[in-house]
Design a binder for this molecule. Sequence first.
Ligand SMILES: Nc1nc2c(c(=O)[nH]1)N[C@H]1C(S)=C(S)[C@@H](COP(=O)(O)OP(=O)(O)OC[C@H]3O[C@@H](n4cnc5c(=O)[nH]c(N)nc54)[C@H](O)[C@@H]3O)O[C@H]1N2
Ligand SMILES: Nc1nc2c(c(=O)[nH]1)N[C@H]1C(S)=C(S)[C@@H](COP(=O)(O)OP(=O)(O)OC[C@H]3O[C@@H](n4cnc5c(=O)[nH]c(N)nc54)[C@H](O)[C@@H]3O)O[C@H]1N2
Ligand code: SF4
Ligand SMILES: [Mo]
Length: 758
Amino acid sequence: MSHKPDAPNGLTRRELGRLLGVSAGLACLAPLTGCNSLWERQSVIPVDGWHKGVCRFCGTGCGVMIGVTNNKVVDVKGDDEAHNRGRLCIKGLATRDILYSEDRALYPMIRKDGELQRASWDEAMTLIAQRFRESIETHGPASVAFYGSGQLYTQESYTANKLFKAGIGTNNVESNARMCMASATTGYTATFGKDEPPGCYEDMDYADCFFITGSNTLECHPILWERVRDRKRSHPGTKIIVVDPRKTFTARHADLHLPIHPGTDVSLYNAMIYVFLQHNFIDRDMVENYLTFKDGEESRTFEEFKRHIAKYTPEAAAKTCGITPRDIREAAFLFATSKATMSLWTMGLNQQVQATHSNRLVSAMHLLTGHFGRPGATPFSISGQPNACGGVRDVGTLSHALPNGRLIANPKHREEMEDLWKVPRGRISPKPGYHTVQLFEALGRGDVKCCLVMCTNPGQTLPNVTAYRQGMEKAFLVVVDAFYPTETTKFADVVLPAALWVEKEGVTGNGDRRYHLYPKLVSPPGEVKSDLAILVELADRLGHGDLISARTPKDVWDEWRKISSHSAYNFEGITYERLQKERGLQWPCPTESHPGTKRRYLPGQDPMATGSGRFDFYGKHDRRATIWLDRQEEPVDPYADEFPLILNTGRILEHWHTMTITGSAPTLKGIQPDYLEIHPYDAYQAEVKDGDPVIVKSRRGEVELRARITEIVRPGMVFATMHSCRHLINQVTHDVYDPFSKEPAFKRCVVAVRRKSA
Ligand SMILES: Nc1nc2c(c(=O)[nH]1)N[C@H]1C(S)=C(S)[C@@H](COP(=O)(O)OP(=O)(O)OC[C@H]3O[C@@H](n4cnc5c(=O)[nH]c(N)nc54)[C@H](O)[C@@H]3O)O[C@H]1N2
Ligand SMILES: Nc1nc2c(c(=O)[nH]1)N[C@H]1C(S)=C(S)[C@@H](COP(=O)(O)OP(=O)(O)OC[C@H]3O[C@@H](n4cnc5c(=O)[nH]c(N)nc54)[C@H](O)[C@@H]3O)O[C@H]1N2
Ligand code: SF4
Ligand SMILES: [Mo]
């Protein structure tokens, strides 16, 4: 397969920048390429027409202008009128090429005699419907499942959720967003009673202090990072604090970098709160009128909260975190005394065993110091995938959830959705389905017999993946993917070819509650169909055609926006017509004349905030936000003599997840992320030289990588990317998860590293 070449890394990052020949938006690449000048962009092929669209890749949701000639995307450039101000990062620019890879899946395939063989759509859909029907009739609705993605369009996720929960009658509806944003959801919901960030991207233009934690913003959200840098350029007094065990490209730009031991965030944030209390950096009005304190199920007073925090002196936390007390004090001082502090965080927090705790503690730091609700002052979780917010969190495409923050476990919520979906009361099962890790366990046990996997590649991206591959092998697995082969299609009984990006139409919701439209601009290749068309056909064949009566992207959107009006996520006013004209609209947006909401919980600004005070935390019964008493716990996977190092995993700028898309883009495919970052001291101990093949081993498995000796990582810690499918790091990672969000702790497990013997 061409997107997984064994070829050596023929391209340096500097050459790559030159090859792309881009003008806007690559100032962020300068630290990587070593080039400070920007290049003039040259259009290669004449463009017949430019169309407004959105980048395929990350949750930043950058606006792109897409040049089309003869039914082909021939060019892309940043949209000057969108929030990204004309900028695109290297992946955004690569969207010009992503549709035209030779690895595209072009026709349905059915496994016969152990091999996937070409089949007709009718043959494939007949087989799928027959196997799903048999399983439902013989073993009940809970014997089938849907495993989707934060990269599906909202219409697709919404339709799958409705078909499975209100049609088939199973809550086995999960999404890869469980492994990504689930902890942000539990963190926000615990604090504010509602999911999704209170602030917006525009806050970056007003913040005087950025507290960036567990986010390699420069590489993973480069255009947001550029906005942070814009602020620093125009206001050089702006401080950037970065909390990350690695000295990432982001951390290199920090005024203060705290390289904490992985998984010790709870101690750090509690100690920062200690300093806020000690120096009276507290917003008294906020504490008295807008906050409550809780320890588990029990209420606490502010005085009790202070006694709890007293244990987290900077001196004690510094020992736990492996940094100095002075750094903690300085971070707390900068955070509290700036005019406006904005926190940004992603997977360094979310993919930890205490992820919900860290998430809500960051919000707590903002609330206690009053860095909330003013322009620039906000706790802002950055979203990973393009539609994790819109298509998974808002739609509730998770096994415990229903649309707009409702829960399966709540009988009133089930009834509300049964009425809105016009199905009989009692139709939605009261039993939550399996969350992601449990779902793949259930496939292995045979409790779930048929699974539809759409727009995600769990054969590579599940934690401790070897354990779950058996389940994929055993079950009747249908994989809908735009590319073939992948690590998941290896286990598929049927593969269906999916349309990608502007080969289909849909809406996504990006990281600042902004919905926007992806237009269909070109026809898909071969026999490829859109995910929505596939779901509609499945609904028909399973006898749920009446339920799934909205069948075009516009009709599904209209149904969904009307449903949202029965909740605090109200975006009924975001019509298709508006989406076609505008550069995204932010909910709440209840009417067609409403401009959209930048900041939530503020009476006068947020249409859902009907109170008369400074804030109205309407997600909570008492209309007060909650501060939680959270304690640092011992690591789940402690050091052992035979596993002396901590493995951390993540991303690099140029590649997207399992590289099915970026691995074949001409500009990106030369970059091979199959290395292990290891500190010189640990390399010396293991007698490993730069470039040596090494084996990384945990209690669950091992993987071979190339050693890259670097001080980016702390001594005692190694880092590998999640990208390479030839070297599956998830054979090594731990499948333990946060008990609240059920999000796996990809960011920490203990390992040993040895040189591969010749
Ligand atoms: N180039 C690129 N961009 C992407 C993606 C991609 O695949 N490639 N994927 C998108 C998606 S879906 C996601 S979820 C985001 C992820 O975006 P990020 O979360 O920024 O990326 P990661 O590299 O997974 O992890 C971020 C950082 O967390 C740090 N970290 C590890 N442990 C800890 C800890 O205990 N505490 C703290 N404070 N930090 C810790 C790691 O060292 C790492 O630098 O990126 C999105 N953008
Ligand atoms: N070790 C480790 N593992 C991780 C993480 C980590 O940090 N470390 N991060 C986790 C996180 S945050 C995430 S988000 C997940 C990501 O994990 P995955 O979602 O499994 O990774 P992707 O490569 O994005 O998979 C998307 C698949 O959908 C296909 N595809 C693309 N567009 C379409 C489309 O429109 N329709 C259909 N049907 N298919 C399409 C692609 O070809 C690809 O195979 O990985 C998780 N796993
Ligand atoms: S920052 Fe994200 S959305 Fe923007 S161009 Fe890059 S990959 Fe695309
Ligand atoms: Mo993610």
